[in-house]
Write a protein that binds this ligand. Sequence first.
Ligand code: PXL
Length: 278
Amino acid sequence: MKRILSIQDISCLGRCSQTVALPVISAMGTECVILPTAVLSTHTMFQGFTVKDLSDQIRPVADHWEKEQIHFDAVYTGYLASAEQIEDVCDVFRRFREKDTLIFVDPAMADHGKLYPAFGPEFPAEMAKVCAMADIVIPNLTEACLLTETPYPEEYDEAFIKALLKKLCAMGAKKAVLTGVGFQSGELGVMAYDPEKEEYFTYFSRQLPTSYHGTGDLFSSTCIGAMMDGSSLEDALKIAVDYTVECIRITAEGGHEKYYGVEFERAIPYLLRRMGKI
Ligand code: PXL
């Protein structure tokens, strides 16, 4: 069985980061080892959340795994809790990267043109160091703009997104994927760039009228889970778009509160059918 190391926070309530990565990756048939970057009562869009930063645990946990000679088929990072832990996360990449280990970085730190509340303006430059080591970096539009110091656009076209993808790869990542983009009204999806082949890839679905917290984490977890199952990046992106849209669709049926995340649990049978597993 393939084994992913997922490095992101545990938001105890709110369906994001590890509480999405663990069940989704497990359901897809890959072992999901976790390294929590912090423990929070909820994600940071709730008022009054508590947070315990676990920066001082990253190195000793990695030391132990190194002694045990643990192999990871992928190292996947999401929400990192503070600038203090950036260097130690980069060090985990250096220590556990073998020739077949995929480094997959979702620089979860911002959305809708704004940094998440726990971060100051210096944080994107720190996150850029993590992205520079990635085989695949997978930001949303806000994160890509912050990482590349590009002003966040009110409107954009395909040329703008292509240029942003090139900038992300110029910063060190081997491939870049931009999530949550669309070029026509009513469509939303992804655009990816492979600088070695100089090829772009797009996949869109219909844009639903509602949005929920944590769908970026759901998307990334599904994408890496599908790649570990043997899909190409392109096929994994299609599965991740389709599953995310299905989760949003069924959650909207229930008129669910947007901060509690999507009801991805109810769509796991859809995901397994979409992967051809059942
Ligand atoms: O879904 C991204 C995310 C992950 N973890 C924490 C967050 C957020 C987004 O706000 O606050 C703690």
